[in-house]
Design a protein around this ligand. Structure first.
Ligand code: HEC
Length: 135
């Protein structure tokens, strides 16, 4: 199962690398379409083309507020996407985007600058998802 997940991650990263959009357009929407839509779907409803190949259901990301008493859980969303801290650090079916985006950012920002870039990207993604929340 781990091998299959590694394979899926490789496919996702391959796509991101070919389009080059991660480095060029840093808006939350562009980052989302590039790295997340393949699993979570273009409208974030959890119906991306890779979703059926995952071992676990891919969540609908439009209902994060709904499932949290109507309050968008900003910090948890950032930590969940990043994956390097919080509960996900102990293992998850979703790639650890903090590590993957950082590897991509080192060329532009170096060791320390890349961390700033990655945190900005995580925030952009979380803000984009906030816009998509259903009442
Ligand atoms: C390879 C498929 C895949 C990709 C690509 C992917 N995710 Fe996920 N994501 C999942 C799965 C599966 C889960 C639920 C299980 C888990 O967390 O292990 C999940 C869970 C989440 C959650 C938590 C949802 C909840 O209900 O608490 C968030 C937030 C999230 N993803 C955001 C993103 C963002 C942002 C991106 C792009 C940077 C992304 N995902 C890319 C598969 C993926």
């Amino acid at each position: 199962m781990r091998v299959r997940n590694a394979l899926i991650t490789a496919v996702v990263l391959g796509m991101a690398a070919t389009t080059g959009a991660v480095a060029q357009d840093e808006s939350g929407e562009a980052l989302y379409m590039n790295a997340c839509a393949v699993c979570h779907g273009t409208t974030a409803a959890g119906d991306g083309s890779l979703a059926e190949f995952m071992n676990v259901p891919v969540p609908n990301l439009r209902q994060l507020s709904q499932r949290n008493d109507g309050i968008y859980p900003m910090l948890e969303v950032i930590q969940t996407i990043d994956g390097r801290s919080g509960i996900r650090a102990h293992g998850s079916e979703m790639p650890f985007w903090g590590d993957l985006f950082k590897a991509d950012a080192v060329d532009d920002g170096g060791m320390y600058g890349s961390e700033v870039i990655v945190r900005g990207q995580m925030l952009s993604l979380a803000l984009y998802l906030e816009e998509l929340q259903e009442e």
